[in-house]
Design a protein around this ligand. Structure first.
Ligand code: NAP
Length: 323
């Protein structure tokens, strides 16, 4: 079947190992698994990390990339695929399962005609949502949902700062926070992205590192090293940082430890989300009429162009591949 996959790794030139071609159809490990025919899939920074060998070993190659998909189940129902695959023996919040993996890590990913997943890993897609929109949800949007509401515990009226406004997770954070009645501040290095952030729901926007006129209840971090100090300095006493990524690097020049204890700040890690949170996210979007922000839609055959756009950092919202 047609697939977009990693055949080698390169730290400096991740696109060198990207292949577009033919791969065997996915095998079902047992009868608790099913096959979804992919109609749309979306690109995440995770796919670029995979091409750099982050989270993947040589023996896993070739590996079909992609965590996110929406498509048709074996009965023709429209579904969204949940990307977190937990151990069959695990019960409870699957993001805490030490043996969990994401599609494209242990099991073949979604950038293909078909993807195999456990039957419990599909969520009905509402008719109000296109396949392209639904394909944005399983990683970036689910991560944003859990950061804000589960791990961050934020509620209507709170003030939140979103760092690095242009990213897939960051745009989801802005749109979801606004839809939930929060006051939303956002930073970006780029003037055009700051203007777009205002259009999609930010109340106020700032240059990366700019001192804010108010202290916030929480900061949503995916950038890491480049914005960490500013995140700590932007919090009110007792505030919290929720972090799910380190795009600019994980090693800090200054962890701001003194501020963290003196102002009694909390640093909260967050990773992906559960199947139930994905279902709640889908319901929230359906009920509020909110739609995921798409930067561009490309046929899957042109996946390389999407990867290049993400590697270049010139993206606002999600890149979606269609079949
Ligand atoms: N833990 C999880 O479950 C989980 C899930 C999803 C994603 N993630 C992680 O979260 C991060 C974001 O993912 P994504 O898919 O949203 O990536 P993305 O679309 O590539 O977003 C990257 C954004 O980060 C900002 N940025 C990058 N370098 C920066 C720098 N030096 N200074 C300031 N801002 C910088 C940019 O914002 P501006 O250009 O607007 O400044 C850019 O738009 C990745 O590291 C990813 O691995 C983790």
């Amino acid at each position: 079947m047609f697939a977009v996959y990693a055949e080698s790794f390169s730290k400096d030139d991740p696109l060198a190992g990207l292949a577009v071609g033919d791969r065997p159809a996915p095998e079902l490990p047992d009868s608790t698994w099913t096959t979804v025919t992919v109609r749309a899939a979306s690109l995440n920074h995770h796919d670029l990390w995979s091409l750099q060998g982050v989270g993947l070993k040589d023996e896993a190659l070739p590996m079909i990339l992609g965590c996110d998909a929406a498509g048709l189940d074996e009965d023709g129902n429209e579904v969204v695929v949940h990307a977190v695959i937990s151990d069959p023996a695990w019960s409870g919040d699957e993001t805490f399962d030490p043996r969990r993996s994401l599609l494209s890590e242990r099991y073949q990913g979604t950038f293909a005609e078909k993807v195999a997943v456990p039957r419990t890993n599909v969520v009905p897609k509402p008719a109000s949502m296109s396949f392209e929109e639904a394909a944005c949800l399983p990683t970036a949007w689910l991560t944003a949902y859990r950061m804000l509401f589960t791990r961050g515990g934020l509620k209507a009226g709170d003030t939140v700062l979103v760092q690095g406004a242009g990213g897939g997770v960051a745009t989801a954070l802005i749109v979801l926070a606004r839809a939930a009645g929060l006051r939303v501040l956002a930073t970006s290095r780029d003037e055009g992205k700051r203007a777009r952030a205002l259009e999609i729901g930010a109340h106020d926007v700032y240059e990366s590192g700019e001192r804010l006129p108010v202290k916030v209840d929480a900061v949503m971090e995916t950038v890491g090293r480049a914005t960490w100090s500013h995140s700590v300095r932007s919090l009110r006493p007792g505030g919290r940082i929720v972090i799910s990524g380190t795009t600019s690097g994980p090693k800090l020049d200054d962890a701001e430890l003194t501020r963290i204890f003196f102002l009694q700040l909390s640093v909260i890690g967050s990773t992906m989300g559960t199947r139930d949170e994905l279902a709640s996210l889908v319901s929230m979007l359906d009920a509020t009429g909110t739609t995921p922000l798409i930067d561009q839609v490309l046929p899957m055959e042109k996946a390389r162009d999407g990867f290049a756009a993400m590697a270049g950092g010139d993206v606002f919202g999600k890149i979606v591949f269609t079949r």
